[in-house]
Design a protein around this ligand. Structure first.
Ligand code: MEV
Length: 318
């Protein structure tokens, strides 16, 4: 095959971010309308060119993504070549095309890595088992983010909401309808910095890690039961409580707090920052009939973009 193609989508964390790095559970949601496609092909640019790789990206994620991502993607490609025992071709050209904003807690780095892993597999005519795709994405994520829990790597390839804990993922079956509204503050937040900030705080304050992880686990467990048994108000209130937890840990921003406030004022069940924090996106849960008003108020409060994701996919949502 002369060209291989791979695709992946964005994700949003409903609850459990950061605590999941310490082994707590997290609830994560695929955002299927934001996708990235990678194509991989070989070209020969001369005898010195063998085994090299170049990356081009179109649309968004754009240049800044590629400069940051190329080290992690190079590691992924090296790992793919070793573990799949394939032989290097001549110059490898990778083209990345997608619309996932970078550095907004939407899993763009994991989605790009998954798309590239699948494109390489397609190019070489091999089938990647799900755990192999996950391991390759994690190889890249650990370069991009330092220590990463794997929740992004799982969710960017998942068709339904997930409960993720310690590397294991289980599909969740929401017991009610509702809409998640994801809003981009337009400010880049680096997950690696946020993870390190929290870790440094835990080192300075003995007992803080246990308190944070304990509270996060409690909120996520309660949210999981509310989701399964169809109690959206309760699920929403756990979202807002989790926002408080992350805000108290210094991971929110004034811009995100204003968006959370706007979503709550507009009558949503709950709202919080989502993903790494220090900027990026927030997520709100609303009744379907309220979603228009919540979205309007989020834009008025400074959101640069919003996306609506049904709690239940179109197939089950009815
Ligand atoms: C990033 O989407 C979620 C974090 O918990 C980091 C991780 O789980 O690797 C902040």
């Amino acid at each position: 095959r002369s060209v291989g193609i791979g695709r992946a989508h964005a994700k949003a964390i409903v609850l459990g971010e950061h605590a999941v790095v310490y082994g707590a559970p997290a609830i994560a949601l695929p955002v299927p309308q934001l996708t990235v496609t990678a194509s991989a092909g070989w070209s020969c640019r001369g005898p010195d060119d063998l085994g090299d790789v170049s990356f081009t990206s179109t649309g968004s994620p754009s240049r800044p993504l590629m400069t940051q991502a190329s080290a992690s993607l190079r590691r992924l490609i090296a790992e793919f070549t070793t573990t799949m025992a394939v032989t290097d071709g001549p110059h490898l050209d990778i083209l990345i095309d997608g619309a996932i904003p970078h550095g907004r807690g939407l899993g763009s780095s994991a989605a790009v890595a998954r798309a590239v892993a699948l494109a390489l597999a397609d190019l070489h005519g091999v089938r990647l088992a799900e755990h192999e795709a996950f391991d390759l994405v994690q190889t890249a994520e650990n370069v991009a983010h330092g220590r990463s829990s794997g929740v992004d790597a799982r969710t960017v390839g998942a068709p339904a909401p997930l409960l993720f804990q310690a590397g294991e993922a289980e599909e969740l079956k929401p017991g009610c309808d509702g809409l998640f509204i994801v809003a981009d503050s337009g400010v880049v937040g680096r997950t690696k910095d946020a993870v390190e900030l929290l870790r440094a705080g835990f080192q300075r304050h003995p007992g803080a890690q246990d308190r944070f992880v304990g509270r996060a686990t409690q909120l996520t467990d309660e949210a999981r039961h509310a989701l399964a048994s169809g109690r959206p108000e309760e699920l929403g209130s756990r979202l807002t409580d989790y926002h408080e937890l992350l805000r108290a840990a210094g991971l929110s921003t004034q811009g995100i707090d204003a968006l959370v406030e706007a979503a709550l004022d507009a009558g949503s069940h709950g709202a919080k920052i989502t993903g790494g924090g220090l900027g990026g996106c927030m997520i709100a849960l609303a009744r379907p009939e309220q979603a228009g008003e919540v979205t309007r108020r989020l834009h008025a409060a400074g959101a640069v973009q919003t996306w609506v994701v049904p709690l239940r996919g179109p197939a089950e949502g009815g």
